[in-house]
Design a protein around this ligand. Structure first.
Ligand code: EPU
Length: 422
């Protein structure tokens, strides 16, 4: 297994281009199953999760053409098998999202249940309830969801019990080909959902209200193809901004959408960063200073994203003062805390492990560390950049799921980081 070796203690400085959003791209790849014509997706990041999704489409017999710039063209009507096997779904939960599009387009689908996950149980009850409300017949058999419908799905009124990104995306995709109108309430509002809707609309879908709590989908008989450019990855952008803030650096990000990062930018200003933004760039300057501690509570968009919580804890470990960080989205997303404490951080978990109290220390010390989740793993890279001495981050296949060329990008910003094959 590959590892990252980091010699910490210096700041992150320079300019960087941000890649396309992983969480948009994987869902849009699933949405391509709805089209009768080829769907071409551009600005797709070169990541393990994307390769897994392409492998899944490939094993259903679908023709996928990838060019050297990672533009991907999918012709769904070449589908031969309507099954998504456990081996692939277990490695990437988002692949479960092929269920609704396959069912809506072809009337049948068999998709493995994704099972638990390092950050919490992550049920899919809201997805399944929504599909049943649209008229799907669903049976569970040997760990698989077997779904079918006679004719087309039927529009319905759906209220989500929890704000769910994947649930909102899943039902919105299925409803595009349903007969009649679907009204979805208590929807999630993440930018990736808006990006997915933009792609579906370009394919011919009739969708209103995306980015608000209520989405209305007027079903159409068929969807065509389109060319769609994926939005920039706000979590990748946020991760580099936090790395710069934590190391007292100065960084300019290009190809970003600052409006997707509003709350993070407010928090980083609170930490003492000077921030300026243009339409597609963000510049952050800490002027070599240590950050001030900042409190935060994660919650669905537009509140503070759970996907940047671990990185902010890394910054807070060496900040001036104490911070309280509360996680409300996932049950078990503090595994980085114990690893950071091994590096000399002072973090205590309270409230049934939902809140971290971080007392800023002078510095961290390098150590061998690892985590079982993408964002926890990358937060350990930030901790390694802050720390004196050498940090070895193990199990970095998690990082490769969501960060394109992380070591090259950090090297270009002056970090002393290298990958070693394990
Ligand atoms: N939930 C249910 N029932 C459901 C669905 C969700 O109880 O049927 C619960 C979950 O257990 C969780 C909460 O609702 O406690 C929110 O989960 P959500 O469905 O919004 O998450 P997701 O769609 O599975 C996406 C991202 C995650 C990101 C979350 C929250 C993708 C591929 N994944 O997951 O990204 O953390 O939304 O914003 O879009 C990551 O990139 O590292 C990552 C984990």
């Amino acid at each position: 297994m590959d590892k990252l070796i980091i010699s910490g203690g210096s700041s992150i400085n320079g300019e960087l281009r941000i890649s396309g959003a992983k969480n948009s791209a994987v869902t849009i790849l699933a949405a391509s199953l709805l089209g009768n014509e080829p769907v071409r997706i551009c600005n797709v990041p070169h990541l393990r999760d994307i390769t897994t999704m392409i492998e899944l489409l490939g094993c259903m017999g679908i023709e996928v053409v990838i060019d050297e710039k990672m533009s991907i063209e999918i012709h769904a009507n070449t589908i031969k098998k309507f099954t998504a096997p456990y081996d692939l779904v277990k490695t990437m939960r988002a692949s479960f999202l092929v269920l609704g599009p396959m069912l809506a387009h072809y009337g049948k689908a068999e998709v493995s249940l994704p099972g638990g996950c390092a950050i919490g149980p992550r049920p899919v009850d809201q997805h399944l309830r929504g599909l049943e409300a649209l008229g799907a017949e669903i049976v569970m058999d040997e760990g698989y969801v077997k779904a079918s419908v006679d004719g087309r799905l039927k529009g319905a009124h759906i209220f989500f019990d929890v704000k769910t990104v994947g649930g909102t995306e899943h039902i919105m995709m299925a409803a595009t080909l349903a007969e009649g109108q679907t009204i979805m309430e208590n929807c999630a509002r993440e930018p990736e959902i808006v990006d997915l809707a933009d792609c579906l609309i370009a394919m011919g879908a009739d969708i209103h209200g995306v980015g608000t709590d209520t989405i209305v989908v007027n079903g159409v008989e068929e969807l065509g193809g389109c060319t769609h450019k994926v939005i920039p990855d706000r979590v990748e952008a946020g991760t580099f901004l936090i790395a710069a803030a934590a190391t007292g650096g100065c960084i300019k990000l290009k190809d970003v959408m600052p409006e997707h990062l509003e709350i993070l930018l407010l928090k980083l200003k609170e930490a003492g960063a000077d921030i300026t933004c243009g339409t597609d760039w963000i510049e952050l300057d800490m002027h070599g200073m240590k950050p001030r501690a900042v409190d935060l509570v994660t919650a669905p968009y537009p509140a503070f994203p759970t996907d940047l919580q671990a990185q902010m804890i890394a910054m807070n470990t060496i900040a001036q003062g104490s911070a309280t960080v509360t996680e409300t989205v996932f049950e078990n997303r503090f595994m980085h805390v114990h690893e950071m404490n091994r590096m000399g951080a002072n973090i205590k978990l309270e409230g049934n492990n939902t809140t971290a109290i971080i007392k800023g220390v002078e510095t961290l010390k390098g150590a061998p560390v690892m985590a079982n989740d993408l964002r926890a793993s990358v937060s350990l890279v930030i901790a390694g950049l802050i720390a004196s001495g050498e940090t070895e981050v193990d199990r970095i296949y998690h990082i490769d799921r969501g960060y394109e060329q992380i070591e090259e990008k950090l090297q270009s910003l002056g970090a002393k980081i290298r990958r070693v094959a394990g």
